[in-house]
Design a protein. Structure first.
Length: 537
C-alpha cells in the first residue's frame, strides 16, 4: 500500500507494504497513532543518503579509502605474519629430512582441507551479523552471536577430530606411501589441540574486525610469531622432538595469539562477558543459515587448489610438476593476503553502514573496495611478469623447476586480476548477509568451468602443466564476472539496509507472527508498532 504525504517543501511517497501493515487498519489508525509519527521520525533521522543515489564527492571517496585501509593494512600485515609462521614450520620440517618434509606437507594439506578451511568458513558466517549489529549499536546481539559461533565450532571439531585421528588408515586406503603416511599421522595427532584453539581464535578475529579493531590483532600476531622461531629451535633442535616438535610449536604459537587477544578483550573489550549468555542455544539455526554457505564458498575455493596438486601428479614428470605446483600455491597464498584482508574489512564496513541504516555509505564502501581490488590485481600482473625468471630461484636451484615456474607465473598474475575483485566481492556479499550467492558462484566457476578446462587442456589437448593454471584462470574469470554482476547489478542497497534492520533486531525481545517464526524470519524493531496498527479498531 502506498500513501502520499504533503509537506511544505516536498511530496513524500512512502510504500508501507514492506512493513506488512494491513492497509485498512493502518488507514483507520493513521491520524491518532503515535507509532506512525515515531516511524516518520526514524526515517527523518536517517542520513539523507538513505533514499538517494548521488555521486560521491572526492572527499567522501578519500575518507572511505582512509577508513578502509586503516582496517585493511593491519589485517594484511597479520596475514603476512601467519604466512611467515607457516613458512618457518616448513623450513624446520625440511631441516629434518625429505621424509619428514613430505609427511608434514601431506598432513598440512589434509588438515587444511578437513579442518582449518571448515573453521574459517564457518566463522565467516559471523561477519554479517556482527558487523550489522555493531553498526546498529546492538551490543547484546554482537556478543551473543560470538558465543553462538563458538558453540557451533565446538560441535564442528568433533567430526574433524575423528578424521584427524584416522588420517593413517584413510591415507593407506588411498594407497599413499606407508612411511610418509605414518609421519603425517604423527604430525596430525600432535596438531589436535589446535582445533580447540581455533574454535576461539577464528570467531574472535571476526568479532574484533567487525568493530574495526584490527591493529591489536596485528600486534598480538606479531608477538606470537616472534616466539615461533625460538619455539621451533627449542622443541625440534634442542629437545630433539622432530616432527611432533614442529606441530607443537605451531599449536603453542596459536595459543599464544589467543591468550594475547583474550587479554586485550579483558582490558579494552568493554562489554565483554566470560559467562555463557542466555539464549545461546536458541538462535543457532539462523546463524547456521549464514555460516554454512560461507563455509561452503570458502572450502570450495580452498579445495580446488588441492585438486590441482593431485592432478599435477598425473602429468609427465610428476615430481617436477607437483613441486612446481607447491611453489605456485605458496605464491598465490602470499598474494592472497591483500585481497583476503580487503574482503574481510569491506565486509565489516558494508555491514556497519547497513546496520546503521546508511545504504549509500555501504555502497560507497563496496565501490571503493572493488576499485582497490582491481588496482591490486594489476600490480600482481606487473610483478609476476617482471620477476618471472627470478622468482623460482627463491625456492629451488633445479633448472627444470625454475623453467616451469617462469612459464606459469604470468598466468598466476592474470588469475589475480580476477581473484582480487572476486574475493573482495565475496566479502561484500557476506557483509550484505548473502553468502549463499558467493557459494553458488564458486561452485559453478571452479568445478563446472575451471576443472573441465584444466583437465581438458592438461590431459586431452596435451598442453601439460600450464593447462592446469589456464583452468584456474578460466575459473577466476568466470567467478569475477559473476560476483561483480551480483554486486553491481543485483544489489538493492536500500533493501539491504532494511534487511539489516531485521537481522540485527532478532534478539531485542520483539515479537513476530507465528508464520515468521516458523520460517526463521527476523523482524524489525517496528514489529510492535506494526501490531498497534493492525490491532487498531
Amino acid at each position: 500500500m502506498v500513501w502520499f504525504f504533503s509537506f511544505p517543501t516536498s511530496l513524500v511517497l512512502i510504500d508501507f507494504s514492506w512493513l506488512g501493515i494491513n492497509s485498512c487498519s493502518f488507514g483507520r489508525s493513521l491520524c491518532n497513532s503515535e507509532s506512525f509519527f515515531q516511524l516518520l521520525t526514524f526515517m527523518a533521522e536517517k542520513d539523507q543518503d538513505f533514499l538517494s543515489h548521488k555521486v560521491p564527492s572526492t572527499s567522501q571517496v578519500v575518507e572511505e579509502l582512509k577508513e578502509l585501509w586503516r582496517m585493511a593494512l593491519p589485517i594484511t600485515a597479520m596475514n603476512c605474519l601467519v604466512y611467515v609462521r607457516a613458512v618457518v614450520s616448513v623450513l624446520f620440517l625440511g631441516r629434518l629430512g625429505s621424509l619428514e618434509l613430505a609427511g608434514g606437507a601431506l598432513s598440512i594439506g589434509f588438515t587444511n582441507i578437513t579442518g582449518y578451511s571448515v573453521l574459517v568458513g564457518l566463522a565467516s558466517g559471523l561477519e554479517p551479523v556482527c558487523s550489522q549489529a555493531y553498526g546498529s549499536k546492538n551490543g547484546d546481539l554482537l556478543l551473543l552471536s560470538l558465543h553462538r559461533m563458538i558453540f557451533i565450532l565446538l560441535l564442528a571439531i568433533i567430526p574433524i577430530s575423528l578424521l584427524w585421528v584416522n588420517l593413517e588408515p584413510i591415507m593407506l586406503f588411498m594407497r599413499q606411501d606407508k612411511e610418509i603416511t605414518s609421519t603425517a599421522a604423527t604430525y596430525c595427532l600432535y596438531s589436535l589441540p589446535d582445533l580447540l584453539t581455533n574454535t576461539l581464535l577464528q570467531p574472535l578475529r571476526v568479532y574484533l574486525r567487525s568493530q574495526g579493531v584490527t591493529k591489536p590483532q596485528m600486534w598480538c600476531t606479531f608477538i606470537a610469531v616472534i616466539f615461533h622461531v625460538p619455539l621451533n629451535i627449542v622443541l625440534v633442535v634442542v629437545m630433539g622432538m622432530g616432527v611432533p616438535g614442529v606441530a607443537v610449536a605451531s599449536v603453542l604459537t596459536n595459543m599464544h595469539m589467543l591468550v594475547l587477544m583474550m587479554g586485550y578483550l579483558c582490558i579494552y573489550g568493554g562489554k565483554w562477558e566470560w559467562k555463557l549468555m542466555e539464549g545461546v542455544f536458541g538462535g543457532v539455526g539462523p546463524l547456521l543459515k549464514l555460516a554454512v554457505p560461507s563455509c561452503i564458498g570458502i572450502c570450495l575455493e580452498w579445495w580446488w587448489y588441492e585438486i590441482v596438486t593431485v592432478l599435477a601428479g598425473y602429468l609427465p614428470n610428476p615430481r617436477h610438476a607437483v613441486a612446481a605446483t607447491g611453489i605456485m600455491i605458496q605464491t598465490t597464498s602470499l598474494m592472497y593476503t591483500f585481497p583476503m584482508a580487503l574482503a574481510g574489512c569491506v565486509s565489516a564496513r558494508v555491514g556497519n553502514e547497513l546496520g546503521a541504516g546508511k545504504p549509500y555509505k555501504a555502497k560507497l564502501a563496496a565501490m571503493v573496495a572493488l576499485a582497490c581490488a582491481v588496482v591490486i590485481g594489476f600490480v600482481n600482473v606487473m610483478w609476476t611478469v617482471i620477476f618471472r625468471e627470478t622468482w623460482g630461484g627463491l625456492f629451488t636451484k633445479d633448472e627444470m623447476l625454475k623453467s616451469l615456474v617462469a612459464s606459469v607465473l604470468p598466468i598466476i598474475g592474470l588469475c589475480e586480476l580476477g581473484n582480487c575483485p572476486q574475493t573482495t566481492g565475496c566479502g561484500i556479499l557476506r557483509g550484505t548477509a548473502r553468502p549463499a550467492v558467493g557459494a553458488r558462484i564458486n561452485l559453478g566457476s571452479f568445478y563446472f568451468v575451471g576443472t573441465p578446462v584444466a583437465v581438458g587442456l592438461a590431459f586431452w589437448l596435451k598442453v601439460g602443466f600450464s593447462g592446469l593454471w589456464f583452468g584456474l584462470l578460466s575459473a577466476q574469470a568466470a567467478c569475477a564476472v559473476s560476483i561483480l554482476y551480483a554486486v553491481l547489478c543485483c544489489t538493492d542497497w536500500e533493501g539491504e539496509s532494511l534487511k539489516a534492520k531485521k537481522l540485527t533486531s532478532v534478539e531485542m525481545g520483539l515479537q513476530c507472527t507465528k508464520d515468521e517464526e516458523t520460517k526463521g524470519l527476523l523482524v524489525t524493531t517496528y514489529c510492535s508498532d506494526i501490531r498497534k496498527f493492525d490491532d487498531a479498531p
